[in-house]
Each structure stands twice: as C-alpha cells, then as structure tokens.
Design a protein around this ligand. Structure first.
Ligand code: DX5
Ligand code: ZN
Length: 220
C-alpha cells in the first residue's frame, strides 16, 4: 500500500500559512489540521475560520483532527470550511454514532482516534464505518513530543482487524514521527504518517518529506 504523508500544520509558521502550505503541497498527500479547544486537550490551536481561509490555497485532502470535547457539534461548520476528513477521539465520544451520522450527512469522511492509553478494542466495533483509524503516538495537545514506541502493537492490532474484516480503512499514526521511526510505523501496518515538527520544523520541508517517505518505505 502506498504511504501517505500528512504534514501537521501545527508546526508551520502561522504568520506565513500561504507559503508554508504551497511549498509542500505538491510533495505531500494530505494536510493534517489539529483543532484544539483548551478543554479536551490543554492547548488551543486554530479553528474553523483559519481552515476556511486556507481552503482556497490548495486542493489537498484536509484531514481534520478534532481535539474538542464535543466534536459532533462543529460538523456543519467544519464541512462548510472545506475539510474532507473529520477524525474524533473515542475518549470524547464513547458512542460515536451521532458524530458519524452527522459527518456522513455533511459529506465528510469520518475517522476515530485513540490516545496512547486507549486500547484498540475501544474503536474496533466502529472501524467498519471509518475511512481512517488514528493511533496517537503522543499524548494529544502539543507538537514536538517524542514518539511512544509502546503504541506499535496497537497499530498491528488495527492492521490485523482491517485485514481480517476486509475493510479499506487507512491507519494513521500521529505524533513524534521522524525518519527513525517512520519505517517501524509502516511495518506495523500504518498507511498514513502525520508529521509536524519533522516537516515544518525542518530547514527544507520538501527534503524532509522525501526523507520521511524514503525512510517509511525502506526501513524494516
Ligand atoms: C498533537 C497533534 C499532532 C502533532 C504532531 O496533538 O495531534 O498532529 O501536531 O506533531 P509532531 O509531528 O511534531 O509530533
Ligand atoms: Zn493531530
């Protein structure tokens, strides 16, 4: 399966979103947008107006990682702003059926996210209705943290479930991805790598994307 690279805008220079996005756009697969409410996670990032403002800059698939207490509440506004995929935390919505229904009604792909401490079993029954499953490899809230290798077996569990049930869901890994661990995440079964610091924190973000892609596909 081809690897998708999804740089996280959280690590970009917020004063220059236009040039930050355009410089990587042709070299990446998705754009990862971390929305935080200062309640579900202890940090506030950016929200709907910023997403709407950057939508005309690119045709990239907008992968919106919603770290809020009530992810289902903002589905219409996020859809209107132009996101393509809404991923919500099972820790925020133990019963995700309402959020799933609303996302579908608004033409959005839907995914579920699990924190490092949450077992894969928590989302297993819903994977069939997800286009993407997200395994957090850091505690959500901040970029620039170290990858937690203990989540690798969970990526394997997700891969096993997807294969066993013949599902098409992407498996995304989010947090602390570098060329050192990208190969491990992909070998464990991931198909999408989110990388903030490793891409936008690099002197040459395009070279960083290429290095990541190479590491993802050649490492064992
Ligand atoms: C953390 C976010 C991540 C983060 C990744 O809450 O969900 O997407 O931006 O950034 P790095 O790659 O720096 O860990
Ligand atoms: Zn994220």
């Amino acid at each position: 399966m081809p690897v998708k690279i999804a740089p996280s805008l959280l690590a970009a220079d917020f004063a220059r979103l236009d040039s930050e996005i355009s410089r990587v756009a042709e070299h990446v697969d998705w754009l990862h947008l971390d929305v935080m409410d200062g309640h579900f996670v202890p940090n506030i990032s950016f929200g709907i107006p910023v997403i709407a403002a950057i939508r005309p800059l690119t045709d990239l698939y907008f992968d919106c990682h919603v770290m809020t207490t009530n992810p289902d509440v903002y589905v219409p506004e996020l859809a209107e702003a132009g996101i393509n995929l809404l991923t919500a935390h099972i820790e925020a919505i133990p019963d995700p059926s309402r959020a799933m229904k609303r996302a579908a009604e608004h033409g959005l792909d839907f995914g579920l996210v699990i924190n490092p401490g949450t077992p894969f079993d928590a989302i297993a029954p819903y994977v069939e209705e997800c286009s993407t499953v997200v395994v957090m490899s850091v505690e959500p809230g901040y970029g620039g943290q170290d990858f937690i290798p203990e989540v690798l077996p969970k990526i394997e569990a997700a891969r096993e479930w997807v294969e066993k049930h013949d599902l098409g869901a992407d498996i995304e890994v989010d947090g602390g991805i570098t060329p050192v661990n990208a190969g491990q995440a992909i070998s464990a079964g991931a198909t999408v790598l989110v990388a903030g610091t490793a891409v936008f924190g690099a002197d040459d973000p395009v070279a960083a994307v290429n290095t990541l892609r190479r590491a993802a596909t050649t490492d064992e």
